[in-house]
Design a protein. Structure first.
Length: 451
């Protein structure tokens, strides 16, 4: 009875909630990180890279939603790959997803620390970022989370601030600034910029994980995704283009706080609006930070419960009913990443995990269409097989570009994957079946309803 009641309680999300979740998860990507793409491609080169990536995300999210509504499991891509291609494929997808979300969190923490440093130069970036980690570890273990209304408020506030940003700097926009040295590295720079364009939209796939809580998945998920993507596309292009035309774009291409610096260039650093803008910006970053921390803890929990990670990480705190060791373990890895002090490389590593997870998800979609044609699919990918094929092709190109331009970071990712696979095989896990866990488990969903 309790499970049935929880199932009914979950069916409450509408398109506006999905919009808020999508924007809230991704919005930090509009505030910082993307500007590193200018440094490797120039303004026009990065604009082209962003358009390519936008097409990839439009086709991917609609295809990914078919998997989510068919196999609504907390493990996400890990569960889809396992069901389609077996245990080793599940491990690779789970590893890639962990790298995606676990390392997106410290990258956002860098942004939070940098915004605080901009506001109060006496506060150092790294200690501030570590404090945010500590605070949100405690919040997540306590089980305190944003309500749907609070999520909508944070998303609306963040969107309004970015529109305000464009309104403030647009009168100072000059096309000559934007077109100054627009493609310093030629067409090859576009490929180098792809991971930073992906940062604009990274984590939007997390929306699909709440498919079981949507009132009418077939109707409402497309509405939520379309509105969320449309909002993010508008903001990404607007922020990038206007910021690139107010000054020499090189001045903003290597900062963790490009937007406050852009307003400071236009209005002056002492102007009250500059301080207000940076202060409000913290809320958008906090929404994404909290969302990615919640996402990685769910992924760690799901994989540990399935035996793919130490089972102790699936322990649920009896008092707060939260996976405290999963939260802490991901935070430890994130803090180690913070200590490197290299935001751009952490972003690249996170994006590499994401594109590999995207690729495996699209392959899983094709495999399951053949392997399980009778699988119940409440939502089907539009224009199949064109949409998933386009998404698969562009993610493959993105992966190749990331590896080519970031060899050492890619080797680090590969080394971790090899260690994970070898350990998995030596322990005989590849021979074990996961009974009932790749399918929806109401007990798991009930637990996470309380997070």
């Amino acid at each position: 009875m309790a499970a049935e009641q929880a199932q009914q309680l979950k069916k409450v999300l509408k398109p506006v909630h999905l919009w808020a979740i999508a924007v809230g998860l991704v919005i930090s990507g509009e505030y910082f990180g993307w500007n590193y793409g200018w440094g490797v491609a120039g303004t026009v080169g990065f604009l082209i890279a962003t358009i390519i990536v936008t097409v990839m995300y439009v086709t991917f999210v609609f295809s990914y939603t078919e998997l989510t509504t068919s196999i609504p499991h907390a493990g996400g891509a890990f569960a889809y790959a396992y069901r389609a291609m077996g245990p080793v494929a599940g491990l690779i997808a789970g590893y890639a997803t962990l790298v995606d979300f676990v390392l997106a969190t410290p990258a956002i923490a860098f942004g939070l620390g940098s915004y605080l440093h901009f506001l109060y130069p006496g506060l150092l970036v790294l200690p501030s970022a570590l404090v945010f980690y500590l605070v949100f570890i405690i919040i997540n273990i306590w089980g305190i989370k944003e309500s749907a209304v609070f999520s909508i408020m944070m998303s609306v506030l963040a969107v309004a601030e970015l529109i305000l940003f464009m309104g403030i700097i647009s009168p100072s926009f000059k096309m000559t600034n934007f077109m100054h040295n627009p493609m310093p590295f030629g067409w090859m720079g576009i490929f180098a910029a792809l991971p930073f364009a992906i940062w604009f939209y990274l984590a939007i796939e997390g929306v699909a994980m709440v498919a079981e809580e949507v009132k009418n998945p077939k109707r409402d998920i497309p509405k939520g995704y379309i509105s969320g993507l449309a909002t993010l596309i508008f903001l990404a292009l607007g922020v990038m283009i206007f910021a690139g035309g107010i000054t020499d774009w090189h001045k903003l291409s290597n900062l963790d706080y490009p937007l406050p610096e852009a307003i400071a260039i236009v209005l002056g650093k002492a102007n009250g609006l500059t301080k207000i803008f940076a202060s409000i910006g913290l809320f958008g970053l906090i929404a994404s930070f909290h969302g990615t921390m919640l996402a990685y803890s769910r992924q760690v929990y799901a994989m540990a419960r399935s035996g793919y990670l130490p089972r102790g990480l699936a322990t649920v705190n009896k008092k707060f009913n939260t996976p405290h060791w999963a939260i802490i373990a991901g935070a430890v890895v994130g803090c180690i990443a913070l200590a490197t002090g290299t935001t751009s490389q952490i972003i690249v590593l996170s994006v590499l995990g994401a594109v590999i997870m995207y690729m495996l998800s699209m392959v899983s979609l094709f495999v399951l269409r053949v392997k399980e044609p009778g699988l119940e699919r409440p939502f089907t990918a539009p224009f199949y097989p064109i949409f998933p094929a386009i998404a698969l092709l562009i993610t493959f190109i993105c992966m190749g570009a990331i590896i080519y331009y970031n060899v050492w970071v890619s080797m680090l990712f590969l080394a971790g994957l090899v260690i994970a696979v070898l350990t998995f095989v030596l322990m005989g896990k590849h021979k074990q079946k996961i009974t009932g866990e790749v399918l929806l488990d109401n007990r798991e969903e009930v637990m996470f309803e309380k997070l």
